[in-house]
Structure formats: C-alpha cells, structure tokens
Design a protein around this ligand. Structure first.
Ligand code: SF4
Length: 442
C-alpha cells in the first residue's frame, strides 16, 4: 500500500538541504508520496530508511535499461499520465524488426541511415528486434553477434526456442539484450536465463489479468528488470491495455504494472504501421517494434517523439551563436532573429532558399519568438548589442548593417543607438526573406 507524505517524512534526514530539488524534506516527502519523485534523489537518506520505506516509496514505474555503453536505452521511470502535468522523461524507444533469415549486413547498412540530424535535433532509431525465423540457433546467434558488432542499436532477442535464445544471449550478454518473452508456459526457464546472463526480460500475458499474475510469479523468482506486453495486437486493444497499465501503475501504485511496456505494430502497409505506432507512442509504449525500416516513414514518428518528450515548460532553444549560411563573405548580410528553435529554423530555411550567403544571429531571448520576446523586453537594442559583441560580428563583416525582423521595426532607433550599427528593416514574415534578399543583396 502507498505511504503517506508524513510517513515518508518521518524517515528523511530532515536537513532541508534542497539537494533533492525540493526546498524542504517535507516537500520532497509529499512529492515521493505522489509518485513525482523517488527516494534515490535524496543523497542523505540512510540505507535503513530506504529499506523501511521499501517498495512502497519506489517510483511508480521502474527504470529499466536495455543495452550497454553507447547502445543503452533507458525505459520507464515515468510519473505522469499527462505530459502537461509535468513532463515525460524517457522517450519511447523505436525498434526495427530484423529476421535472422534476412541479409543482416544489408539491414545493418540501412540501419545506419536511421541516425541523422534534422533542424538541429538528433534523430535516432534505438533498437533492433531480432527474430529467430530460421529456427536455427547458430544462425540466430550469428545474427545477434553481427547486430551487436555492426550497429549502435540495443538488441531485443525474440525466440520461443530456449536453446536458440541461450546460444544467442550467451554470445552477446555483455550488450544486455532484452529477452522476449516469458509466457505462462516458459516463464521459469526464461527467468532463469535472464538471471543467469543478467538481462532484462519481457513478460507477455494473454490479457492484463494473466500479465499481472505472471509478473508477480517472476518477481518472486527475483527478476527485477521487466518489460510488459499485454499480448494484444489490435490497435484499439493495445491502446486500451497500455492506458490501463499506465493508469494502474501511476494512480493506484499497482506494483505488477510498475514496469515499462513494449508494443508491436501489426499493419503491413508502412504508412499505416507508422500511424499505428504513433498511437502507441502517444499512450504509453516504452518500446515500439516496427517492421518498416525506411527513413522516410520513420521520420514522422521520430518527429512526434521529439515533440512529445520535450519539457512543455521549456521552449526549445538554439544556441545564441552566429551561423553562416552558405559561402559567406565580409559583405554578407546579417539577419537578427531570436533563439526560439522554430523561429530560428524557419529563418534559416528561408535564408538558405534565398541563395544569398548570409549570417543569422539568434539573440538569446530564452527561447521565445520575435513578438513575444519584444513584448517581454527580451529582444531589444541591448540584447542585440550583446549578441553582436559576443559573436564578434564586427570582425566577420566589413559593414555595420543588421537586418531586423519587420515585426519589430519599432526597435530600429533604440537598436541603432545601443549597437552603433545601421538597421535595415527586413520582411515581417520569414517567407519574405528570398524577395528581400534578392532586392537588396543579389
Ligand atoms: S536532499 Fe534529503 S535532506 Fe536534503 S531537502 Fe531533500 S530530502 Fe531533505
């Protein structure tokens, strides 16, 4: 049963150091009781207190790690049902399916293409789920070894055949693969395997009731790192199961469901598959396994993931650093904008399309857009002067003319005064940059 904030408070050191991120021990105790923090955030708590509070104060969803070193993926450790209540912490891992009958080398070559940068953000497909379609344990083992040696992917080993599973896991145990899956007929043997090689274990039930029962049996055997699969494959049922698991874990502290989850897509068409995966990503899969491994179909899913797992209270920002677009020269124009990512990348795209090599100087406005920053006094003559100075713009160009976004033309006078630069008023919308650049700089 969950502990109250006061019961937790009694066991805390009561030093009010703030090291846990809360101003007082009482505030921290309340947060732990509400599932919004965990005891390990207090570096001063005694082992004895930790034991006393035990599982009752553990985070509602356990943090489980799959992979090792640069392939490691962290799953779970979520505290919210809704992102706007706080934030989601550990992005859903995206896994692509590879069969051991596939041309594994070619698949891995393609997998490398699934890691790339876009609009200043790093996109990555995190895992490979390897199936034992060949029924041949040596082939399964060889494919697992090739994936570990030739990719930066964390591995999921999928096999019903215990001998094949053991031969593969023995070969790649150091990479901490996720073993899929313990079911009612084989859970003892699969758990023993996971424990022998210290790997996380997926548990698959036929429905939620069986899943809860299985998890209880497996945890009694001492296996702690689990990933849950309700066994459903139809979109609406998977969504219902994932939601129920999350609700029971976060709101009711139902321990058998306090683990990350895995979902498999069932659609054959790649686009339908990605839409299905988008549903699972939204609520609440920790891993999604897809058959498609095409960059263009995974990109929307990964973009959605980027959006969902940002902190809604913090605008996404770029560094306030002058960026040269194209082969700049000392005559190149200097565009001023703000460091709100969306604004910056729209401006960058338009400057690039104008084909006039230019500098873009994103002023630090705490990630707010042009008009918001202006209204808050964050985009002003002084902040522009500071950005010009910090980026040593005078040494980069042989003129002293900057281009202000048209919406803040009102800042022209104060900017000239604060910076000593001449101001040219640019277009109001970024879409006008090409025309503006051609008229003024072509
Ligand atoms: S870190 Fe520990 S001692 Fe310090 S305020 Fe938080 S709970 Fe109290």
């Amino acid at each position: 049963m969950a502990l109250t904030g006061l019961e937790i408070f009694k066991q805390l050191p009561k030093k009010n150091t703030g090291d846990c991120g809360f101003p007082t021990c009482l505030a921290f105790a309340m947060a732990v009781a509400a599932g919004k923090s965990s005891l390990d955030k207090c570096p001063h708590i005694t082992e004895e207190a930790k034991e006393t509070l035990g599982a009752a104060a553990a985070p509602p969803i356990k943090l489980v790690k799959v992979g090792a070193g640069n392939t490691e993926v962290e799953l779970g450790d979520e505290t919210e049902l809704f992102r706007h209540d706080k934030r989601f912490f550990h992005p859903t891992a995206i896994a692509v399916l590879i069969k051991d009958t596939d041309d594994v080398a070619a698949k891995l070559e393609n997998f490398k293409e699934l890691e790339f940068d876009r609009v200043g953000l790093h996109y990555r497909t995190d895992m490979v789920a390897l199936t034992n379609d060949s029924g041949d344990s040596s082939k399964f083992k060889a494919a697992a070894e090739a994936i570990v040696a030739g990719s930066k992917a964390a591995l999921i080993l999928i096999s019903e055949d215990l001998a094949a599973m053991e031969s593969a896991v023995a070969a790649v145990a150091g990479s901490k693969p996720l073993l899929y899956a313990a079911e009612s007929h084989n859970y003892e043997a699969m758990t023993a395997l996971a424990q022998k090689y210290q790997c996380p274990l997926a548990v698959k039930g036929e429905g939620l009731a069986e899943l809860a029962e299985l998890v209880e049996k497996i945890t009694k055997l001492g296996q702690k790192d689990l990933v849950l699969d309700s066994g459903s494959r139809a979109t609406s049922q998977v969504l219902a199961d994932l939601t129920q698991i999350r609700r029971l874990a976060v709101k009711k502290r139902f321990r058998p469901f306090g683990y990350p989850t895995i979902a498999f897509t069932s659609k054959e068409d790649a686009l339908e598959e990605v839409v299905q995966a988008g549903v699972y990503l939204s609520k609440y899969a920790s891993i999604i396994v897809l058959k498609t491994d095409k960059k263009e179909t995974l990109l929307p899913l990964e973009s959605w993931r980027q959006n969902l797992f940002t902190d809604p209270q913090k605008p996404i920002q770029v560094e306030s650093k002058a960026v040269a677009v194209g082969e700049v020269t000392p005559e190149s124009p200097v565009y001023i904008t703000t460091n709100f990512s969306l604004t910056y990348y729209i401006v960058e795209g338009e400057v690039e399309s104008s084909k006039v090599p230019s500098y873009i100087l994103p002023v630090n406005t705490d990630g707010t857009s042009v008009l918001t920053a202006w209204a808050a006094g964050k985009l002003a003559g002084e902040s522009i002067a500071k950005a010009l100075k910090e980026n040593d713009m005078e040494s980069k160009v042989n003129h002293k003319t900057l281009i202000l976004p048209g919406y803040v033309a009102v800042l022209s006078g104060s900017t000239e005064e604060a910076t000593g630069w001449n101001v040219k008023v640019g277009p109001r919308e970024a879409s006008g940059i090409t025309k503006f650049a051609k008229e003024n700089y072509a």
